[in-house]
Design a binder for this molecule. Structure first.
Ligand code: GLU
Length: 369
């Protein structure tokens, strides 16, 4: 958590298994347990956003489809059907607690465009101000293969960082991150707190069979990285634990807690690092890299070359010696950057016939990765 106080903004992510029964029927009992905890958090003054999967499975149940379809159009049809049934149950149960649920369906593109991203942040803020509980899922009906979040782990982290959440509780069927694969090693120990996501921690999330390293764990660690980079604490815990949401909010020893970094990215930097779409690469020399890392802007003199085609205001990656180390918003198009590469700032006007900006990328529009 950002500080020792009770978290003010909490994002809870639950998977399909938390809201459905084996046959695809909606698990009203479990949803009621989840809503009761959200209600308890709201009584303590916390604002809660719920990221809920389940649309596809519920839709399959309603439409009598036994096996998960393989093709996107059928998955989309199931999701479109299931989502409305799922929301009906959420509305009903939240209303019993005097709360209102609001549906938000998002795609990856909504995060890539800065304008849409800021817009959706405003919507979240207003909903939370009004005491509503935003219920978020991927907009499966318009997401295509290439752009699909699939699991909602990344989606939950992007939402959490966008709304400056103090805590993101990621619930699934695992108890947390273990020192070894617990299904194969009796001496495997749960890691209660991760101070920093080192390469060793990333390795623990690898690709082995279960616990440590189910494919799911790797995606959760990736999601944890996004959250902690902008100062949001992240917990991986088991949805089967009684009152697990409330316990996580209290800071009890459940699951694995990834501490939010104190020198965290600003909202804009988080967006640049994890959500924005890059249109090209600007390669810089080593002295320029050092300057950028120390907080300076990128000037034309430090630019060696450009890859890709980008326009003014696009996001670009910045690389040095073959390694991308920063991302930023460029003040000049790829064509113009090529013309002024390696030149002094006072030559910009002579070369381009204009000198709108001294910097190619201003440090306020940049993030060091
Ligand atoms: N958006 C999906 C759903 O609500 C996520 C889970 C899945 O792909 O099965 O069902």
């Amino acid at each position: 958590m950002k500080n020792s106080n009770f978290p003010k903004i909490i994002v809870v992510k639950i998977g399909t298994s938390s809201v459905t029964l084996e046959d695809g029927k909606i698990d009203r009992i479990n949803i009621n347990k989840i809503v009761a905890q959200i209600y308890a958090l709201s009584l303590r003054g916390s604002k809660v956003v719920l990221i809920s999967s389940g649309a596809i499975k519920v839709g399959m149940g309603i439409l009598g489809i036994k096996e998960r379809p393989k093709d996107i159009p059928h998955l989309q049809a199931c999701s479109a059907t299931g989502q409305s049934y799922l929301m009906e149950v959420y509305n009903d149960i939240f209303e019993n607690y005097g709360l209102f649920a609001s549906q938000i369906l998002l795609t990856y593109d909504d995060f890539r465009s800065r304008k849409r991203y800021l817009n959706l942040r405003n919507t979240f803020n207003v909903l939370m101000e009004m005491g509503c509980i935003p219920i978020v899922n991927e907009n499966d009906t318009v997401s295509t293969d290439e752009t699909k979040f699939g699991e909602n782990d990344t989606l939950a982290s992007l939402v959490a960082t966008g709304i400056n959440a103090d805590l993101l509780i990621n619930l699934s069927d695992v108890d947390g991150l273990y020192t070894k694969d617990p299904s194969k090693n009796k001496d495997a120990k749960r890691i209660p707190v991760v101070e920093e996501i080192t390469s060793e921690i990333v390795k623990l999330g690898g690709k082995s069979s279960s616990g440590v390293g189910s494919g799911g764990m790797a995606s959760k660690i990736k999601a944890a990285k996004i959250a902690v980079s902008s100062g949001t604490g992240f917990v991986i815990a088991n949805s089967k634990d009684e009152n697990v949401i409330y316990k996580c909010a209290l800071g009890d020893d459940v699951g694995t807690f990834f501490k939010g970094l104190s020198h965290n990215y600003t909202g804009k930097q988080t967006w640049l690092a994890f959500a924005s779409k890059t249109k090209g690469i600007i390669t810089v020399n080593c002295p320029a890299r050092e300057k950028l890392i120390s907080g300076k802007s990128l000037l034309p003199v430090g630019v060696l070359t450009v890859e890709g085609s980008f326009g003014v205001g696009d996001t670009v990656s910045i690389s040095c010696e073959g390694k991308i180390f920063a991302k930023g918003i460029t003040y000049y198009s790829s064509k113009d950057v090529l013309k002024i590469a390696g030149k002094k700032t006072n030559q910009i006007e002579k070369i381009l016939g204009k000198n709108d900006y001294e910097e190619v990328v201003h440090h306020n529009n940049m993030v060091i990765l």
